[in-house]
Ligand binder design. Structure first.
Ligand code: FAD
Ligand code: NAP
Length: 540
């Protein structure tokens, strides 16, 4: 039985969120001799993997890498059944971790944090939840997730639909019966691309409403053979080190050659090899993929050719072919049977760029050309990424300054983990960190360890608090933006720049220079006794 609704101000740190980040934060702080509590909105641990239960939901970073590295016994004992595990298995893994390390006693479930306020006079964060209970602690860590607050799709008439409506981010725990039903899916990002092939096999008819096609590459998911897992396990330590010293925090080699360094007659073969390896290997065929538009176009056209070779109807193939953004500048989708699904007789693609949705009516989706009759509507319309979970909470720092106001014209952080005017306050995977451009578990482990070490330092040295200097925040925010401008990333209207949310300030949020460079920068800061922070004396 997990606890809830108990007020307890005897902890050093309040953590918000019980996903990969919050759970490791709790474990790490305990290891450092500090007391912490997690407040979690859901009725169980797991974060992303608790909420996103839609058919076909799974990771697209291989599970042997998309898992915690902090405990050798855990990583040796745990067995993944497929290369890319499905949501139930990842959730089971996270619940097992919570049990194994006795985390549940410090996790308060069904506790959505509504506000967090810094009280300067007493140097305390006061955190209020929807249970009416208030918690307080000297430090507050937001492990609230980058992709945990859904975007409001703002489609007229959504509430008038008389069939059933489901959101991929909050799919029911009970089985949804799709057999014999006419189903519509709106959205063709990673969530849509994963659920569409699975829904197509059950539904009597599936209508896919696509506004913008995305680049999608095959996962070639399959059972993970014991010998394969054993091979990884033998060298786990080295592989984890390799991941932390890479750009994307993952195991695959990230490439060493530019397109121009390969003779023309070998370029095609090289791309085929990357394609065959599956998943994110397609992101690393050439080191200049994301910096040289011409190189990028070669790869983009290679993928479009693949789409044309799979999808039988040329018109549908063309509609599925991305042409408005360079390859990899939006989060690449990793699929199984996605393009093949459009060869099925019971599936139709509705190209919203040609005939936009006018409104949802009681019977289905009405576009400018047709009413599509539906029994079930699935919304795979995405998230208010990176900042949404933070601005959903009324967070107030020194002098009552509201984070929502501070970030009105764009998120500003120092190292993606700290914010000027918000003392003793940390964000894991916040804007300005490499998080979403990485295998996020590697990125999370790095950030959690840095934050935990920082809190321990403040406590050990007897300081009252630590706060990023505004000058450091300005410099880091400009650096994050400049680094992105050296790449093709900002050319896409992606959620990386906040383009999917109508009233969000546009700015590239993740840090593009990779996990290794980022970790070295963070470590230098710690080694220099946090010289870019103000450390305050303890209040007696
Ligand atoms: P989350 O898992 O999002 O957990 C945050 C928790 O905070 C949630 O449980 C939420 O309920 C809670 N919370 C938020 N606000 C509040 C509040 N106000 N009060 C209380 N609790 C709150 N990344 C990869 O690297 N590889 C993948 O293959 C991959 N697949 C993904 C698949 C899906 C469907 C999605 C949506 C994301 C995927 N991601 C993937 C990104 C994924 O979010 C991260 O890998 C990782 O799970 C994030 O962990 P987290 O703990 O930081 O955040
Ligand atoms: P997403 O990538 O933002 O995709 C949302 C989709 O919904 C887009 O196709 C978008 O079209 C469409 N959409 C939004 N509002 C719409 C509207 N009003 N009308 C019509 N279409 C609309 O969201 P996501 O698919 O949930 O993925 C988000 C991120 O989560 C991913 O990028 C990835 O990082 C992570 N994720 C990973 C996996 C995985 O494979 N492991 C699975 C799911 C999610 P436009 O592009 O035209 O706006």
């Amino acid at each position: 039985m997990r606890k809830s609704e108990t007020n307890d101000s005897s902890v050093d740190v309040i953590i918000v969120g019980a996903g990969f980040a919050g759970m490791y934060m709790l474990y790490y702080l305990r290891k450092k001799g500090l007391k912490a509590r997690i407040l979690e909105a859901g009725d169980d641990v797991g974060g992303t993997w608790y909420w996103n239960r839609y058919p076909g939901a799974r990771c697209d970073v291989e599970s042997m890498a998309y898992s915690y590295s902090f405990d050798e016994e855990l990583q040796q004992e745990w067995n993944w059944s497929t290369k890319f595990s499905y949501q139930p298995e990842i959730l089971d893994y996270l619940k097992t971790v919570a049990d194994r390390f006795d985390l549940n006693q410090d996790i308060f479930l069904k506790s959505r944090v509504l506000s967090a306020e810094y009280e300067e006079e007493v140097n305390i964060w006061r955190v209020r939840t929807d249970t009416g209970v208030e918690y307080s602690a000297k430090f507050c860590v937001m492990a609230t997730g980058c992709l945990s607050v859904p975007k409001n799709p703002k489609i007229d008439g959504l509430e008038r639909f008389e069939g059933e409506t489901f959101y991929t981010w909050n799919w029911p725990k009970e089985k949804v019966d799709l057999a014999g039903k006419r189903v519509g899916v709106i959205g063709t990002g990673s969530s849509g691309v994963q659920c569409i092939p699975v829904i197509a096999t059950d539904a009597s008819h599936l209508s896919v409403f696509q506004r913008t096609p995305n680049f999608s590459v095959p996962a070639f998911n399959r059972a993970l053979e014991k010998y394969e897992a054993d091979t990884v396990k033998k060298t786990y330590k080295q592989l984890r080190e390799k991941a932390r010293n890479s750009i994307a925090g993952d195991f695959p080699d990230e490439g060493t050659i530019t397109l121009g360094e390969l003779p023309i007659n070998l370029q095609r073969h090289h791309l085929e090899e990357s394609w065959k390896k599956g998943g994110f290997n397609m992101q690393y065929p050439f080191t200049d993929l994301l910096t040289d538009a011409k190189v990028n176009e070669v790869v983009g056209e290679f993928v479009r050719e693949k789409i044309r070779s799979i999808v039988k109807d040329p018109k549908t193939a063309e509609a599925l072919s991305p042409r408005n953004h360079p390859f990899g500048t939006k989060r690449m989708c990793v699929e199984d049977d996605y393009y093949q699904t459009f060869n099925r007789k019971n599936v139709s693609l509705i190209d919203l760029s040609a005939s936009p949705i006018e409104e949802i009516v009681s019977l289905g989706v009405k576009t400018t050309t047709k009413l599509h009759h539906l029994d079930i509507l699935v919304l795979a319309t995405g998230f208010d990424a990176m900042t949404g979970a933070l601005t959903a909470i009324d967070i107030r720092g020194r002098g009552g300054v509201a984070l929502r106001d501070k970030w009105k014209n764009g998120a500003r952080t120092f190292l993606g983990m700290t914010i000027a005017e918000f003392p003793n306050f940390f964000t894991v995977t916040g804007p300005g960190s490499p998080s979403v451009l990485c295998n996020m578990v590697s990125a999370i482990e790095q950030s959690v360890e840095w934050i935990g070490d920082c809190i321990k330092y403040v406590e050990e040295k007897g300081y009252g608090g630590i706060e990023a200097r505004r000058s450091a925040e300005n410099k880091w925010t400009a650096h994050v933006s400049d680094a992105a401008d050296q790449t093709l990333y900002p050319l896409a209207n992606s959620w990386y720049v906040g383009a999917n949310i109508s009233d969000k300030a546009r700015g590239f949020m993740p840090y593009v220079n990779g996990l290794k460079v980022y970790e070295e920068t963070c470590q230098r800061e710690a080694d220099a006794d946090y010289q870019n922070f103000t450390l305050t004396r303890k209040i007696q």
